[in-house]
Each structure stands twice: as structure tokens, then as C-alpha cells.
Ligand binder design. Sequence first.
Ligand code: AMP
Length: 358
Amino acid sequence: MAAEKTPSLEELLSGYDTDNLVIATVCSHSSLQIFHGARKEGFKTLGIAIGDRIKFYEGFPLGKPDEFFVVDNYKDIPKYADELREKNVVIIPHGSFVEYLGAEEFMKLEIPTFGNRNVLIWESDRKKEREWLEGAGLTMPEQIDDPRDIDKPVIVKYHGAKGGKGFFIAKTYEEFEKLIDWSKPFTIQEFVMGTRYYLHYFYSPIRDDGYKLKQGSLQLLSMDRRDETTIDELQRIGSISELEEIGIHPTFVVTGNIPIVMRESLLPEVFKMGENVVEKSLELFGGVIGPFCLETVITEDLKFKVFEISARIVAGTNPYISGSPYSDLIEPELSTGRRIAQEIRYAQKNDLLHEILS
Ligand code: AMP
């Protein structure tokens, strides 16, 4: 994944009618929210879809894109870059967009894209991610390099596994050995005991109202907790240890998202963590621009441990299409999708698109 392969934004935007930008994304993940938010800010919208994905949008007229761009396979999107640029399209990347296209193709995609694509280099490599987050002063779960050192519950994560698929918990080396697939690269992390909070921020390098950073400003738009099958409801039929004895192991596959608010006394720390992550990102790669999510566990002594960052809109913002208890204190009915559209509108009006697109 070489940064120099990314085409220059100037080239991509040449020929654009920036007064008539079209907000586009792949029809999945958080697309209803993205289209709905863009429409509220007066943009035309375009949904890139595989044929059978279209019909359900009829059920949600306010989240339906103005136009569909049907492809046989999402991997074909780069082939249509010229055609999409002719339509003045700005891509809003989400997790499924990057996954369907593949990280390398996404980096090279010749269409102006919201956010800083270089963040992928720091986010998709677990070592670099740790360098970024620990460099920002955040506490991450301890990493165990030698499985023989397992002396407490750990979670084993295969690299590149999507949505926690294939992850497993082990409490001893013997348990680990029984379950591990040695053919795949993996990381062993301390299993942090506590409550999970997924914090949804928005960083603007071009606004300086609200919670100010050295450059730009930071918002906390919402938080959620993921619903993960089977771990989250396994206790309905027995304890995890009992089930493991008969060969049933929990899985961590995300099926939905639950809205949540946090005790207010923790909010200063939430802002401080977001601030440090942004400041460090500016130093390392030009900044994490737009929405990002810190995935955390709060321990019983009220300390945050951050196990992951997602550097774009996450599906955990979907419970808040009409605003969250936090975004309501910024502006009524402000979803993350709408906030993205506002940022593009502000940049377009003030000739700052180069600051927020890549
Ligand atoms: P991830 O793919 O890293 O987001 O992890 C998938 C899921 O595994 C998370 O949503 C959590 O439920 C759980 N998880 C990941 N890392 C940890 C950890 N270090 N301690 C406890 N639970 C974790």
C-alpha cells in the first residue's frame, strides 16, 4: 500500500463543478444515514449498488439516493472512476466500502474521497495502530507476544478478520493451543474486563468553534455498544466455561448497535483521548479527518482501554439518524452522515475542499 500511488487531489478535482457536488457511497453499512444527511444539506446523492441491493431503499424514501449506479461487482468501481468523476461525485468511505473494494484499490481509487486516505496505512497494520494510539498517550490492552505467557483471559485476533470473525478467548496456553490456527497471522491481547463503549468523534481541520484543538476542532457526536453474536447472549443457555467444555465457543460477529450514554464525569477524558489521537495523527500522517471511532472498554477503576480505532464513519452511528443525546447539544437532528455533508458544504463555500478530501 504505497501512499505515492494515490492520485493527486488537484488532478481528480480538475473539471469538477464544485457548486454541484454529488455525495456518493456504496449501498450498505451507513448509507441510509449518509444519503439522508446529504439530502438535508442540499446535496444530490448517488448510491453505488449491486442490483439486488436496491429494492429495500423504497422502504426508506428519505434515505434513498437520488440515483443508483449499478455495478456487477464492487471490485469494478475503479473501472468507472472517469464516469463517476464526470458526475461530480465525492465518495464517502465507510467500513464496507473499503472492505468490498480492498484497501489497496481504495487507496488508488481515482475519485475525490472524503477524509485522508493515508490513515489506512496506520489503521490497518496493528503495529502501526499501536504506535499511533500509544504515542497519543492512550492505554491499549496488553499484548502477549509468546502464547506460553498466557496467565489471564486473552482474546486472539486473526489479522484482517472482519467483524471479529474467528476471534476466540483463551484462559491458558492449553486452551489457546486447542483453538489456534497456526497458518494465519494473529495477535494475542489481554481480554479487558469491563464495559464496552464505542465513541464517535468528528474532527474538522477547517472549523475552529466548539472544542478547539491546535488546528481545527473536535466534536463528540454519539456512542454505541455493538451487539455481537454469539457472545452477547450466550449466557442465556449457560456460562461460557460450561459451553466451552462441550466444544461451543463464543463468536464476536457484529449484528447490530445499541445506543448508549456514559456517566458524565467520564466525558472530559473522552475529549482528551480524542484530542490526543487527532494531534498525533497530524504529526504522523496529516491527520484523521472527519469521523472516527475509538473502541474502548472501561474497567472497574474507571480507566479506558482502547482496543481499536476506525478512521471513518462506523455503523455504530446508525442509531442516531435523527441525532443523539450528545449531538442534540450541538445542533438538533445532527447525524454523523449529516455532519459529513456539512463539512463538505463549508469547505466548498470557503474554497477549502483540498483540506478535507484526498
Ligand atoms: P475488534 O475486531 O478488534 O473490534 O474486536 C471485535 C470484538 O471483540 C469487540 O467489539 C469486542 O467485543 C471484543 N474485543 C476486542 N478486543 C478486546 C479486548 N482486548 N478485550 C475485551 N474484548 C475485546
